[in-house]
Design a protein around this ligand. Structure first.
Ligand code: GMT
Length: 375
C-alpha cells in the first residue's frame, strides 16, 4: 500500500505515534510518505520505503497568519497524484482533517478518489477542539472522514459528548515496542544520578498547563522527605520557567534536574524507579506506556484514558487530579521494600506488552484495507 501520513513533527504524543506507525508500516513493506512542515523528530535517518515531503509556507508580507492548512492541502494533492498514494492518514484533527477533506475534494474534481482516516489523539477533542472557534469544522471533518479512530475508549466517549456526530469511531490504542526484558535493561547510567539507596522519579512532557508538572514537584517534595530521591524532568514548554522558580522556592534544586528535550527518552526512563503523570486531562498517556515498557511503575491521575493503561495497585496507582498527598503516599508504598518495587516493575512491563506495536499496527492496516475494498 502507498500511505500518506500527515502529522505534527514535534515531540508531542500524536507525532510520536504517527512516526512510529509509519516506520513500522514501512518495515512491513508499505510505501510511507510523511507530509508535514519539518522532519519528524522520531524519524531518524534514511530508511527504506520512507519519504518525507516538507510543507513549506512562504512568508508573504500580506498575511498576518500564514495559511498552513492551504499549503498542506496542496501538498497532499501533489503527493497523492505524483506518488500514486492509496490512502491518507491524518493524525490530530486540527487542521489536518480539514486539509485532508479539502485535498480529497480537489482530487475528486480531477477524477482521483482517495479515502482519508482521521486519528484523534486527545487535545484536538478535549481542549483545543472544544473551543467554539474550531467546533463546527471538527464536527464536519469527523463526519466527512472515511474512518475515524481514537486512541482510547475515554477519548471516543469525549468525542461523542462534545461533538454532534454519531459516526462510528474505532478505538486503536497507542502502542509500544518492548526494548528489552526487565532483567536485561542496562541501568548503569543510574549511578551518575543517584546512590543505590536513593530513588529516581521521572516525568516526561511538553510542560503545558494540562500536564500539571507543578504537582510532580509537590509529590517529589513529599516523597524526598521520607525516602531520599532525585527527580528527572524531561521536556520543555511554556511552564518551565515557573517550575524552575518553584524548584528554588521549595529548595529542591540540588535534587531536581531539568534535562530539556530528549529525542530518545527510553534511556532516561531506564534509570527511573517511578514515572509521574498527574495530568488534568490525558486521552491515553503514551509517556506512561513508554515508562512501563522499560519496567517503570506509574503514579498518575485517574483522568481520561490513563486508567485504560495504568492499573491501580498493579502497575502503579491512580489518584484524583491534584491530590498530591495521595500520589506521594502511593509512591512511598511502591518504595516500601525492594520486592514490592520489583513486583510493580514486572507488572508494568507485562501490562505494556498488551499494547504491542505489531498487533496495533495490524489494526490500522485492517482499517486501511476495509476502506480500499470499498473503493
Ligand atoms: O500529550 C500531549 O500534550 C501531546 C498530545 C499530542 O496530541 O501530541 O498527546 C496526545 O496524544 C498522545 C498520543 O495519542 C496521547 O498518548 C496523549 O495522552 C495525548 N495528550 C493528551 O490528551 C493531553
Amino acid at each position: 500500500m502507498k500511505i500518506g501520513i500527515v502529522l505534527y513533527p514535534t515531540f508531542g504524543g500524536s507525532g510520536v505515534v504517527a512516526t512510529e506507525l509509519g516506520k513500522s508500516l514501512a518495515r512491513k513493506g508499505h510505501n510511507v510518505h510523511f507530509i508535514t512542515y519539518s522532519q519528524p523528530v522520531r524519524l531518524g535517518s534514511f530508511r527504506e520505503n520512507v519519504t518525507y515531503h516538507e510543507v513549506a509556507v512562504s512568508d508573504y508580507p500580506l498575511f498576518e497568519y500564514q495559511p498552513y492548512e492551504t499549503v498542506l492541502a496542496s501538498k497532499m494533492v501533489d503527493v497523492v497524484k505524483h506518488e500514486g498514494l492509496d490512502i491518507l492518514h491524518v493524525h490530530y484533527a486540527i487542521p489536518h482533517a480539514s486539509a485532508a477533506f479539502m485535498a480529497k475534494m480537489i482530487l475528486k474534481s480531477e477524477g482521483v478518489d482517495i479515502p482519508f482516516v482521521t486519528t484523534l489523539h486527545g487535545t484536538d477533542i478535549t481542549l483545543v477542539g472544544r473551543d467554539p472557534s474550531f467546533e463546527p469544522v471538527i464536527t464536519f471533518c469527523l463526519n466527512e472522514s472515511d474512518a475515524v479512530t481514537a486512541v482510547s475508549k475515554s477519548l471516543k466517549e469525549d468525542t461523542y459528548m462534545h461533538f454532534s456526530t454519531t459516526r462510528p469511531i474505532e478505538v486503536i490504542p497507542n502502542f509500544i515496542k518492548i526494548p528489552a526484558d526487565l532483567d536485561e535493561i542496562d541501568r548503569s547510567l543510574r549511578e551518575r544520578y543517584a546512590q543505590d539507596d536513593e530513588f529516581v522519579l521521572c516525568h516526561v512532557s511538553n510542560f503545558r498547563k494540562v500536564k500539571r508538572v507543578e504537582d510532580v514537584l509537590r509529590v517529589f517534595q513529599r516523597v524526598n522527605k521520607v525516602k531520599p530521591s532525585h527527580l528527572l524532568l524531561v521536556g520543555d514548554g511554556p511552564e518551565r520557567y515557573k517550575l524552575e522558580e518553584l524548584c528554588r522556592e521549595l529548595d529542591l534544586c540540588e535534587r531536581v534536574k531539568f534535562l530539556g528535550k530528549v529525542t530518545d527518552t527510553q534511556h532516561v526512563l531506564e534509570i527511573a524507579d517511578v514515572f509521574v503523570l498527574p495530568s488534568e486531562t490525558e486521552s491515553f498517556g503514551l509517556a506512561a506506556l513508554e515508562a512501563m515498557a522499560v519496567g517503570v511503575p506509574v503514579i498518575s491521575s485517574n483522568t481520561g484514558g490513563i486508567p485504560e493503561v495504568n492499573l491501580h495497585g498493579v502497575t502503579g496507582y491512580l489518584s484524583n487530579v491534584g491530590d498530591v498527598e495521595d500520589m506521594a503516599k502511593n509512591m512511598l508504598d511502591i518504595f516500601k521494600d525492594e520486592e514490592t518495587l520489583m513486583q510493580f516493575r514486572r507488572n508494568a512491563q507485562n501490562r505494556a506488552r498488551e499494547f504491542d506495536l505489531n498487533s496495533v499496527v495490524t489494526q490500522y492496516e485492517t482499517v486501511y484495507n476495509s476502506l480500499l475494498e470499498l473503493a
